[in-house]
Design a protein. Sequence first.
Length: 350
Amino acid sequence: MASRSRAKKEFLPRATLKDVAQLAGVSPMTVSNVVNGRMKGYNAETRDKVLWAVKACNYRPDIAARTLRTDRRKAVGMLIIQEHQFFLADPYITSLLDGLCTGLNQHGYSLVLERQPTNQMANSPLIQQRQSDGLCVLAAGEFDPNGSFAETLRGLGQPVILFQQSLPDPILDHCVIRQDDYEGGRMLAAHLIERGARQAVFILPQPDWPAMRARLNGARQEIEDSATGAQLTVITSLDESPDATEAALYNYMEAGGTFDAVMAGNDQMAIAVYRMLRRRGISVPDRVKLTGFNGFPLLDFFEPQLTTIRSPTFRMGNFAANLMIRRLEDGVFEPETVVLPVEFVRGETT
C-alpha cells in the first residue's frame, strides 16, 4: 500500500509590537497608541504607516496579556433593566445599541450586553464579574441615588453612563445622557392645539420613568400656557404592549370619557390606539387626532403616516461611546450631563 504523505504545518511566530514598529519606522509606543485609537499628537502620515505595517505583519493584539498587564478589558458593558425578555424587539433599544456599538468598535472596544429584571439587577454578571472597563445602564424606572443599585454601582469602581435619567449623583463616577423629552411633549401639544384639539388624552405606561414623565410634563405645560381652555387627561396603561394600551383607552371610553386627541407614550402605543379607534369606526384625524413618540423606521410600514417626535437614539449611543472612551483615557466625564434635541415630524394623523 502506498504511503500517504502528510502536509507539514508550519506555524509562523506571532508578530509583536516591536515587529510592527520596526517595519513602520516608529516606536512601539506609537504603534500601541495608534492601534488603541489614541491619535492625539500623531498626523495622518504616521497613522497610515502604522496601519499599513499592522496589516503587513498580520498583527493581532494579545487581549489576554493586555488585560493582565493593564487591568483593561477593552470592553464596555450595557445593562438593560427591564422585566420582559424580548428587549431587542424594542426599536428604541436596538437603535441605541447600534450607535453605542458602532462608536465603541471605532475605538477598538467591544460591547458586552445583558438584560436583568429590576429585582435581579445587582446580581448582574457584568457587575459581579467585572467584565468591562465601564458600564452603560438603560433602566425602565427612575434611578434612585439613595437606592441599593446606586450603592452597588459606587462599589463597582467603574465609570457609569445612565441613559434617559435625570437625577444627578455627586458621589458616583457617572454621566447622564438623555433626549429632550420635555420639549418633544411640548411640541406635540402645541401642534394639537393649533389643529383645534381641546380634549386630549395622554396614555402613560407603567412603570413610571423620567422620559415618559418629561413628555407628559411638556405637553401639560404647553396646554396650560396656551390659554385656550384645552384639557389634558392622563390615563395609565399597565405597560406599553398593544393589549394593555387598548385596554386603558377602552376602559376610559366605557366610563364615559370623551376626547378629540390622543397622545401615546410612544409610536407602538399610538399604532395600537389607531387600530382600536378604527375598529370602533372612529376616524383619524377627522374625529380624533393621534400622536406617537420616537419616530423610528418601523413607521415606514404603517399608514397613515404618524405625527410623532423623532428621537436621536443612534446619536445618543454614539455620543455615549465617545464620552466613555474619553473618560477611560483621560479620567473624567466631560460634560457630565448631555441633553440631545428631538425633532417634530408632522404626519397624517393630525
